[in-house]
Design a protein around this ligand. Sequence first.
Ligand code: C2O
Ligand code: CU
Ligand code: CU
Length: 507
Amino acid sequence: MHRRGFLAAGMATALLGSRALAQMKMDDMPAPMPGMDMGGHAGHDMSAMSRGPAPVLPEGEALRELPLLASEAGQPGLFKATLTAKPAATRFVEGKDTPILAYNGMSPGPLIEAYEGEQIEITFANRLGGEESTIHWHGLPVPADQDGNPMDPVAAGADRVYAFTLPEGSAGSYWYHPHPHGRTAEQVYRGLAGAFVVKAKADPIPAAYGDTVLMFTDLRLTADGSMPENTMTDLMNGRVGDHLLVNGQKNPRMAVATGEKRRLRLYNATNARFLRLAFDGAAMTVIGTDGGLLEKPMATGEILLSPAERVELVVAFDSPGPAVLRTLDYDRGWMGPGRPADAGLALLTADVSETPAAAMPPLPALLRPVAPLSAPSLTRRFVFTETMAMNATGMEMGFLINGKAFDMGRIDIVARAGETELWEIVNQADMDHPFHVHGTQFQVIEHERDGKVSKPPYLAWKDTVNVARGETVRLLLRQDRPGPRMYHCHILEHEQLGMMGIVDVRA
Ligand code: C2O
Ligand code: CU
Ligand code: CU
């Protein structure tokens, strides 16, 4: 991507009320806008979506579990495999091939399941044809030079090995996706993302509950079955699709018996959709977050999962009939017209049979200790802002941290390995921004909005946290390994347009 003229000199004088300007421009914008340079997709046709009837996706197929990536190591303690990123075709709609980008031919990519203490060696084969890429191990505590940073691209046609060890205590729900400079958003929405589950050697959750990954993605198809490029609205709000999918399927069904309990790992792998979820007809208990189990299970009526967040649940199906995992309304601060309908989308339907399940072992009252991080040695402040400016070539948007757009050649902050820091993420913008840091898991201490401070309901390991518009989130964080780490908004279009920085961790 070339941010030509982005944040040009004239910008400081051209700042306007961002929401007002965005609305004005969106309302009377011709499609396409001539001469627009919005992150490399200049001049694409915004009207393509309205041509022909919107494709209808089949619903109600049996839920597919994600296929496992097999280890070729043939020895305990080592997980060795290859992930090949390559264009592929799939059928979301009867009779229409959709070109996608796939890992090992599938999207979502194969599920990586490995154990704490294991050594991982994954060869990444970039067969995207003309595009560089990387694999980033979202949430995992891997060495900085193995983490698929944009500074370490893998050229088209090249292979590279990512090698790291999964530390003891790292069991949790992680994922992998590309992170090349300026192209992450597109490579992800075209299909490149997969789940990486680190299993505990001693797992307190009864095996009878199973362990199912539910990866949520968001698909937009044109009438011919292809995926259109990002529009202005997508760049501004992040790309939200027309079809919310679970493991690549629309509203799949799963069969359970009355009284059955299931362990479900929910992944928000969408570019930009906020998922406020409820399970009608079933009872949800949160048992874990991004970086693994909580100390104690926590019953809940609903969940907010912002882009890139994960939650681990035990769901109890106690009454026969359909139980539906569905979305509730959530206002994350949409700019311009076309706010997608958030509420009432069915993600997954469980058919709870009349037959009673075999007796299920109870969920233990204590899952594992979560030790609070030590007192911070310093406080850092990160202020999120959005800017909008007109210049000779059209409107340009900026998503900034502390007034700056991302620069791959710039280190924004220097931190000491092993020291706890207090990070204060201040959202002064008009949209929610899910904040993510590479290389470690943090603990959210408090949220503040309009002078009101609230504490999270439990102590948890997280790598992504939503910072709602007008909100400040305070978190404790410690990086244990040296090297450069990215921190950014996980609305991938915002990351692309500048809302990212680098912390260099030094020994
Ligand atoms: Cu999910 Cu910088 O990553
Ligand atoms: Cu990450
Ligand atoms: Cu954002």
